[in-house]
Design a protein around this ligand. Structure first.
Ligand SMILES: C[S@@+](CC[C@H](N)C(=O)[O-])C[C@H]1O[C@@H](n2cnc3c(N)ncnc32)[C@H](O)[C@@H]1O
Length: 223
């Protein structure tokens, strides 16, 4: 099986998903943290696009700097409709990227976080060690799923690539039982095995086909 098939990206890729969301919410502005070759960035059809990457291979519309420095430069009212977080895959950085993205998201906007769902322990080491490296993005993702649910936000994770997290206020807020809260509130020190034992629940892991239902078929998802 090719890597593309292994990740479900033959059904829909991240740029397709971003474009579907953008159409649904009539997005006019897009920020991508971690642009690399611009594979996703170039395929996104949103009027105003900005990329941020300290070492990009694709430099058009890209600010060459780390995401912390970029957010520090923004004015409070500099906001985006869609923000895709795919920069440094260490939980502390991802947590800052999510927090800063929330502060710079327009009302009705959507945040996407890549690589939230490592299906094997070897994928989520701190240093890149395997082809399907996700880093420990999942730790930040779980913490923010819980934190933002308490503030009335919805989140779930789609089974595309290595888990695409989505955070927004278009649906009813997500609720978690006490067992899940225990894992999520301490996610930076949680054992991978505990995370793995509740993988589907702590991530609200959904098949990629349900993304299409959620964002194309359900008019209630519209703001
Ligand atoms: C997985 S790649 C991004 C892939 C791209 N989003 C895509 O879909 O084609 C991760 C990128 O994050 C960049 N990066 C590393 N640290 C970063 C930081 N602090 N802020 C923003 N980007 C960072 C790396 O240089 C690398 O190009």
């Amino acid at each position: 099986m090719s890597n593309t098939q292994a990740t479900n990206e033959h059904i829909i890729n991240r740029a397709d998903m971003i474009n579907m969301i953008a159409k649904k919410i009539d997005a006019k502005s897009y920020l991508e943290i971690g642009v690399q070759t611009g594979k996703t960035f170039r395929a996104v059809n949103i009027q105003n696009k900005v990329g941020v990457d300290p070492d990009p291979k694709w430099k058009d519309q890209t600010d060459v700097m780390g995401s912390d420095q970029y957010f520090d430069m923004l004015e409070d009212d500099d906001k985006f409709d869609v923000i895709f977080i795919d920069g440094l895959h260490h939980w502390q950085q991802v947590a800052r990227d999510i927090a800063n993205s929330i502060d710079h998201l327009n009302e009705g906007g959507v945040i996407l976080v890549d690589d939230c769902a490592p299906k094997q322990k070897a994928y989520q080491t701190r240093q890149p060690s395997v082809l399907h490296w996700t880093g420990d993005v999942w730790r930040a993702w779980l913490r923010y799923r819980l934190r933002m649910s308490e503030k009335g936000w919805f989140s779930c994770t789609y089974d595309v690539a290595f888990g695409l997290g989505i955070l927004h206020k278009h649906n009813e807020p997500t609720e978690f039982n006490e067992d899940l809260k225990a894992i999520m509130s301490d996610s930076w020190q949680c054992d991978y095995e505990d995370f793995e034992s509740k993988f589907d629940d702590v991530l609200d892991f959904r098949p990629v086909e349900s993304f299409i239902d959620d964002w194309q078929g359900d008019e209630n998802a519209k703001s």
